[in-house]
Design a protein around this ligand. Structure first.
Ligand SMILES: Cc1cc2nc3c(=O)[nH]c(=O)nc-3n(C[C@H](O)[C@H](O)[C@H](O)COP(=O)(O)OP(=O)(O)OC[C@H]3O[C@@H](n4cnc5c(N)ncnc54)[C@H](O)[C@@H]3O)c2cc1C
Length: 481
């Protein structure tokens, strides 16, 4: 059996790893993607393993969102064992940066412990979301504690941006994603059944209702039995080019910037983050470590939606991340060194839910749409996709994310408008909005609301709501109503 995987980010690599565990002697797995991985979300990620810290007010209200949370929670639990499997499989080929690694026991590119801070840098959406995180931690009996912000190691915000509350989540950790990719590359390269093809796929080719091959941009053709499209945000471009006669909702480019800094005087040992706010994940700082370096930190992350690949980080994203890092995490970062600015494309589906599963073409699976937590979800998603390749059924409920579904409309019009108004207002405060001492906050809120009502009318969204991240994609006609 020859499985062809298109893409080489965290999903493609972990799927290949899972398949290699099940592969027979004569099986073959090809991983197609260029080594530089332009726009790879994986390389720009935190990569935090958050399920509780990502909770927002109302985000567990529907059965579907509760299920999605359940999957994230399960992924958190799967990581320690999965990481052990990877280390065991690596044997003596672990990259240099992993040489002191004992998985989640320390010494490597992964560790646990996340502080969520509730500060006043944006608006009271932060308070609501902080309360929602705390309530969920209690409801699910997840180990956590309320802590005094002054006890958070290496947390030294500017006085005006200090937190008034904070909590510590014991089991939510993070990875150095570059090291993880290096490690997976090394593990997979030592398996003679796996081939890395350093190329870009131009299209998939269909014969008699199944995919027969992929055509590479250099004209080379690769035939296979099973095809897994794990090309991140580029999935729609590839599927459009391939003209396969199946309809998938569009995957957009959630352009995100993260910034790696070196801070020898103020090293991090734990992740510090705010709740989600302003249409993104707030500000966070994560230790960005390996065996050779324990003084790098990743500051993240910005987000804006684009219908096409966007290669650069916007100045405003870089400026606001650096400013927020100095003001809200540690004012001493002003004398840290700037190591690298990452730009990654979060694969974000029109309805913002994952797009993962079999298609109506029997040997074609799509794995994308992971938006903000594909790294964290990869042990689980890779296991599910490997099972699908082998014709096994996974959790029936997972079919809700099938690639050919109609866009899920999980918000009513009123819920969507309320949520978007909250997030737009939060974003405005986050970026320096200072209203005059009059009715201005109410007026601005009304202005957002009026604009959102008009937009909903224009796209015919009368009994459903536009996901807040997708407002501009609907506004400018990139998302189909
Ligand atoms: C700034 C930022 C911060 C993030 N933080 C977190 C976090 O803290 N935790 C978390 O879990 N997630 C986080 N994410 C999201 C996470 O990174 C993604 O969900 C995940 O990495 C998606 O993985 P992927 O393999 O699907 O896509 P990608 O990593 O984007 O990989 C896709 C690969 O496919 C290749 N490719 C594209 N088209 C083709 C083609 N035609 N032929 C061959 N190859 C192709 C690309 O070059 C790329 O290398 C973050 C993302 C960003 C941008």
């Amino acid at each position: 059996m020859h499985t062809v995987i298109i893409g080489n980010g965290i999903l493609a690599l972990t799927i290949a790893f899972r398949l290699s565990r099940r592969a027979a002697a004569g099986d073959k797995i090809s991983i197609i993607g260029k080594r530089e991985r332009t726009g790879s979300a994986t390389l720009a990620a935190g990569a935090m393993l958050n399920s509780f810290a990502e909770i927002e007010s109302g985000s567990l209200d529907s059965e579907l969102d509760l299920y999605r949370f359940e999957l994230g929670h399960l992924a958190t639990k799967m990581w320690p064992k999965f990481e052990h499997e990877l280390i065991a499989a690596a044997g003596d080929c672990l990259p240099q940066g992993c040489r002191k690694c004992q998985g989640f026991q320390g010494g490597g590119c992964v560790d646990c412990g996340t502080y969520v801070v509730n500060n006043t840098a944006a608006d009271d959406l932060d308070d609501e979301n902080f309360d929602a995180i705390l309530a969920a931690l209690r409801d699910f009996n997840e180990p956590h504690e309320l802590v005094s912000p002054k006890d958070i190691p290496n947390y030294m915000p500017d006085q005006r941006h200090r937190a008034t509350r904070a909590l510590y989540i014991h089991n939510e950790g993070w990875f150095n994603p570059r090291l993880m990719v290096e490690k997976l590359d090394a593990i997979l390269a030592r398996d003679h059944r796996i081939a890395f093809v350093e190329a870009h796929v131009a299209k998939l080719e269909q014969t008699n209702g199944t995919i027969a091959s992929v055509l590479l941009e250099d004209g080379q053709r690769i035939e296979g039995d099973h095809f897994v499209v794990a090309a991140g945000a580029a999935v729609s471009a590839l599927m459009d080019n391939s003209n396969l006669g199946i309809e998938l909702q569009r995957i957009f480019y959630g352009v995100g910037v993260s910034i790696e800094i070196r801070s020898p005087d103020h090293r991090h040992t734990k992740c510090i983050r705010t709740p989600n706010r302003g249409l993104a994940c707030g500000i966070y700082s994560v230790p960005y470590i390996s065996a050779d370096c324990n003084d790098h930190i990743l500051l993240g992350a910005s987000n804006f939606m684009s219908p096409t690949p966007y290669p650069f980080g916007r100045i405003t994203s870089v400026e606001s991340l650096l400013k927020a890092g100095m003001e809200q995490i540690n004012r001493n970062f002003y004398r840290a060194d700037l190591v690298r600015v990452n730009v990654g494309w979060r694969p974000t589906s029109q309805d913002t839910y994952p797009m993962i599963g079999k298609t109506s073409i029997p040997n074609l699976i799509v794995a994308s749409g992971t938006k903000r937590d594909g790294f964290h979800m990869s042990p689980l998603l890779s296991e599910y996709v490997a099972a699908m390749v082998h014709g096994e059924t996974v959790d029936k409920r997972f079919e809700v994310f099938a690639p050919e579904r109609k866009p899920i409309r999980s918000l009513t019009r009123e819920q969507a408008i309320r949520k978007a108004t909250r997030h737009l207002t939060s974003a405005a405060y986050q970026h320096g909005f200072t209203p005059s001492k009059s009715r201005m906050p109410d007026q601005v809120e009304r202005m957002f609301r009026d604009d959102l009502e008009t937009l909903h009318d224009q796209v015919g969204a009368f009994d459903w709501g536009i996901p807040p991240e997708m407002l501009d994609m609907y506004r400018y006609g990139h998302a189909k109503p």
